[in-house]
Design a protein around this ligand. Sequence first.
Ligand SMILES: NC(=O)C1=CN([C@@H]2O[C@H](COP(=O)(O)OP(=O)(O)OC[C@H]3O[C@@H](n4cnc5c(N)ncnc54)[C@H](O)[C@@H]3O)[C@@H](O)[C@H]2O)C=CC1
Ligand SMILES: O=C(O)C(=O)COP(=O)(O)O
Length: 573
Amino acid sequence: MAPSAIAPLEGSSSSSRPKILIPEKVSPDGLALLSPHFDIDQPKGLSAEELLSIIPQYHGLIIRSETKVTATVLAAAKNLKVVARAGVGVDNVDVEAATTHGIIVVNSPSGNIVAAAEHTIALLMAVARNVPAGDRSLRNGGWERSKLVGTEVGGKTLGIIGLGKVGLKVARMGVGLGMKVVAMDPYASPEIAASANVTLVSDLATLLPKVDFLTIHTPLIASTLDLIGKPELDTMKKTARVLNVARGGVYNEAALLEAINAGTIAGAGLDVFTSEPPAPGSAAEALCRHQKVVATPHLGASTVEAQENVSMDVCAQVLIILKGGLPTSAVNAPLILPEEYRKLQPFVKLVEKMGSLYTQRYSGKGSKGALGGRTFDLVYEGELAGISNTRPLFAALVKGLTSSISDSGGRDVNIVNARLIAKEKGIVVNEIHNRGGSPRDLVYASLVTLRASDSGEGIISGYVSGNTVYISRLDKFSASFIPEGTLLVLHNYDRPGKIGGVGGILGKHGINIRFMNVAALEKVEEAQATGSDQVEEEKEALMILGIEGEVGKEVEDELRAAKGILNVSVVKL
Ligand SMILES: NC(=O)C1=CN([C@@H]2O[C@H](COP(=O)(O)OP(=O)(O)OC[C@H]3O[C@@H](n4cnc5c(N)ncnc54)[C@H](O)[C@@H]3O)[C@@H](O)[C@H]2O)C=CC1
Ligand SMILES: O=C(O)C(=O)COP(=O)(O)O
């Protein structure tokens, strides 16, 4: 199909709204979340070349197992923020390339696992009892009973490789069918295995000779490609049957075909293949047609319920990501526990604002002013100090620090590529979890402080109350303001009449004041400044004004020239 023939979803317009491409069948349940905000295109039968030519216009891409999201596609995807896999396996996405380009890859880690486990059991029973062969025979007018004698599964041994989400469900169902379940998974929890009545063994050599049925539930990765080939099949019982509802390639298809033909493996139930549909003349195609094989066209996740689940899961994440938030199931970022996620979300906003405030207030001042090559401390105190996975806060800081100095306004910085961008810009961030007791003046549940660790200049602290973020310290002053909109920060001597003078200048230029906060010296600094052995200095203060309207150079100069004003900065947050 020609790219120009791609029809927009009904109701969408050719507006400037962000665009989402969905080249595969995805349940409409989740799409309803997206259509009010984005233009959605759902072309059918898109070729690899067509995908490559149209991908630059899209901000989101939602796929299942058929679309190959290669490094070339990702390199061309200039506007893409997210690849959402409406399912589990991401072996059709070059996740590493996505990471390099700062594109978030999300999936639905558990939306279809019941469907996949049930399909495994469907194939197990179908293979054990010759259900498809009996059906075929009857349709053709036959009544073959003695030829199609099956085998019971009760009392038999089910071997599982990969005791993850699907594997564990299959294990429980197997136990329910009266099977003995033995599993091999180097990363599985022995406690969870024991609680599901599964015997864990440490290697394939121990597992394979025992099993009557073997099923694999690992992802397809380098270490699981051809996991079961000729040497492994040779160690299995002649009566054993194998199942694959994971990925084509975890069994070597040629070796499996040979073993079934030789009668050293009794049969197979296969849902997935190295090429889908199987390439003409391939071992996969021969397996699909084999009378000892029951084959389905990658139906593991194809239930109404699973498709609703995965669609809702990934569309919700696409919405969050395209609106600037954090996803719950990013594949190319470490998992954040849901309770951590809830706690972190408002702090993500706070830290981004602090970073942006920092750059606008301090960058370009003196030899240490430039951002590149600087080292920062990001200090977490209170409850936040107990959260170890603060990667979103790190990303938010890099985004905030770079937002006012990059063409993209920091929009290209995300949880996935923040480290890379920080490295490129020579920014070093030390995250410090200050767990030692109640910090000075910590009246908030959590306090975050950003300071330049390589110079005395620049310190900002902030906290969150409800969902509102506040700055509680700026320079050596104890403040209290919401970092939002255009702010005028005036450093001045704390003399009477200052406020009126500044208000007069702004009023003259038609600039409205939304709020004003006068920040006094922090207590410790003040005590030092007025220490008995020191000459009393004139007290300084910061005036933070939230304003409406543009502050031009003329206004800035006038404010700067006013008596008692030490410096003026305008920040946009
Ligand atoms: N046919 C279909 O329609 C569907 C297929 N799947 C596939 O099922 C597979 C498993 O999915 P989940 O259970 O959700 O994944 P999961 O990540 O929860 O579990 C995978 C398990 O494999 C284990 N593993 C990794 N390498 C291993 C190795 N070399 N030897 C033994 N164990 C190893 C891991 O420790 C983990 O416990 C995926 O490949 C997924 O794509 C999932 C849903 C539907
Ligand atoms: O979720 C998975 O890993 C699957 O294999 C399901 O694939 P599908 O979305 O049905 O193309």
